[in-house]
Write a protein that binds this ligand. Structure first.
Ligand code: ACO
Length: 158
């Protein structure tokens, strides 16, 4: 298993993994934009045949209320089923967090959304990685499910 930075050339392979794992499939132009704009903060895991088996895709955006501040975003995280419970998601998330902290743009916190029913991801974010509940966003997803908006404050990252 190899874990490394994700590059624009990896996007089609990442999308294959994304389509297997999640109903949230952003348009290719969004992935291309974020990977080219923030090339150092997204990561993938590949097997010995260079098949992408997990990824975390991130961006840095302006804070919604205080646009002079910046916020790290975890836009999508997933691991193919046969590779789950091996610690891959945790490693990918840690690498993304470290890269965001090391970067030249100072961020206030890292933000993500997760389905209310997603027990595995909630356990990872809340219990293992220290993300805090920020607010409930009703009908956030296309199928009407609510999302928890979660944040990892910078103080938790150092
Ligand atoms: N049930 C309960 N807790 C779980 C489960 C599960 N099935 N899977 C992972 N966890 C939690 C546990 O706390 C686990 O720690 P432990 O093994 O010490 O108990 C912790 O997550 C870390 O587990 P990892 O092995 O690092 O996680 P994994 O590589 O299996 O990936 C993931 C977890 C990404 C949620 C995976 O199940 C997946 O791809 N699911 C489908 C896609 C998805 O839901 N992605 C997140 C959407 S939200 C977003 O993208 C911002």
């Amino acid at each position: 298993m190899n874990i490394r930075r994700a590059e624009a050339k990896d996007l089609l392979n990442i999308l294959r993994c994304n389509l297997h794992n999640l109903p949230e499939n952003y348009p290719m132009r969004f992935w291309t934009y974020s990977t080219l704009t923030w090339p150092e903060i997204s990561f993938l895991a590949e097997d010995d045949d260079r098949k992408v088996v997990g990824y975390v895709l991130c961006s840095i955006e302006r804070e919604e209320k205080f646009p002079y501040q910046w916020v790290g975003h975890i836009n999508s995280l997933s691991v193919l089923r046969p590779y789950r419970r091996m610690g891959l998601a945790r490693q990918l998330m840690d690498m993304a967090k470290d890269a965001m902290i090391r970067g030249t743009t100072v961020i206030e916190y890292i933000q993500l959304h997760v389905r209310k029913s997603n027990r595995a991801a909630l356990s990872l974010y809340r219990d293992k990685l220290g993300y805090e509940h920020h607010r409930l966003e009703t009908k956030y997803y296309g199928d009407g499910e609510d999302a928890y908006s979660m944040r990892l404050p910078v103080t938790h990252m150092k």
